[in-house]
Write a protein that binds this ligand. Structure first.
Ligand SMILES: Nc1nc(=O)c2c([nH]1)NC[C@@H]1CN(c3ccc(C(=O)N[C@@H](CCC(=O)O)C(=O)O)cc3)CN21
Ligand SMILES: CC(C)C(=O)C(=O)O
Ligand SMILES: [Mg+2]
Length: 277
């Protein structure tokens, strides 16, 4: 490190140390320019498997591949200097065995430079988390609504209500005991998120959970108003960039057809070299 020390990206230990402290800030990103915009603002940036729905038009995250995650992971990595990179393990890349999970997690980290992987599941994935962590791979867990299981959950419903509450708490404790350095709580009752946050030693990252979680995450295209195919109740639109984009595209179309674009300042003269650069 040079003396003009630029702040370096946090490590999983730094994220863990924020338990009960200033809330952790995170968003998803899938491209270099978007990563650049949040670099240094977000503590960590997630290359989510939501990329399949948000950028590739897939109906769920079930069809997302290792190759898609690696390509977007590499793009995001190029845009980050001071935020940690976390990458989702896609559906089918870690469920078979601890060995399969390790092979794919190691490949994601080696090929993208991510500092950690995230995988979905509670008690069912405990042994896998233990194995990865004991072999050098920091793991962020993800419980509650786990979108890769949409086909067995029967939709993107609130998880951990009523009789399910005990099971959700067990899942939270299981992933913490297994060595995860943080856990995403998705679409769970706020009181449950508060209870879990109070009872486990690792940071909880809420999405549709509670403001009392140790941090928050959203899909960046949702909060910017760029992805409008659906809007979950937990999404707040901090901007409406999709509307701006549509208006700009219509204005372009109108100017092309009126022959007012390109204007002289967008075109090149034949005989004045310094103006033709
Ligand atoms: N753009 C985007 N944002 C996300 O938050 C996101 C993705 N994509 N893709 C992967 C998963 C899927 N997620 C989802 C998807 C839908 C709801 C949801 O609540 N949808 C509807 C209907 C839910 C229902 O079936 O009851 C809603 O009313 O909010 C929540 C999380 C979260 N993740
Ligand atoms: C919404 C976050 C937590 C996620 O898993 C994703 O973007 O894939
Ligand atoms: Mg995901």
């Amino acid at each position: 490190m040079s003396a003009t020390a630029r702040k370096s990206a946090p490590m999983p230990q730094d994220i863990m140390a924020r338990k009960g402290g200033t809330p952790l800030v995170s968003l998803t990103a899938y491209t270099t320019p978007m990563a650049e915009m949040m670099d240094g603002i977000c503590d960590f940036v997630l290359v989510g498997d939501s990329v399949g729905m948000v950028l590739h038009g897939l109906p769920s995250t079930v069809g997302v591949t290792m190759e898609m995650m690696i390509m977007h992971g590499q793009a995001v990595r190029r845009g980050l200097t001071t935020s940690m990179l976390v990458i989702d393990m896609p559906f089918g890349s870690y469920e078979e065995s601890r060995e399969q999970a390790f092979r794919n997690a190691a490949r994601l980290m080696a090929e993208t430079g991510a500092g950690a992987v995230k995988l979905e599941g509670g008690r069912g994935i405990e042994k896998t988390i233990q194995f990865l962590v004991s072999h050098g791979i920091p793991v962020m867990a993800h419980i509650g609504l786990t979108p890769q299981s949409v086909n067995t959950l029967g939709g993107y419903k609130v998880q951990g209500r009523g009789k399910e509450a005990k099971a959700l708490m067990k899942d939270a404790k299981a992933v913490a005991d297994a060595g995860a350095f943080a856990v995403v709580l998705e679409k769970v009752p706020a009181v449950m998120a508060d209870k879990i946050t109070a009872q486990i030693a690792i940071p909880t990252i809420g999405i549709g959970a509670s403001a009392n979680c140790d941090g928050q995450i959203l899909v960046v295209d949702d909060m910017l108003g760029l992805f409008t195919a659906f809007k979950a109740k937990f999404v707040k639109r901090f901007a409406m960039l999709g509307d701006d984009a549509r208006e700009a595209i219509q204005a372009y179309a109108d100017e092309v057809q009126a022959r007012s674009f390109p204007a002289p300042e967008h075109t090149f003269a034949e005989d004045v070299p310094e103006k033709t650069k």
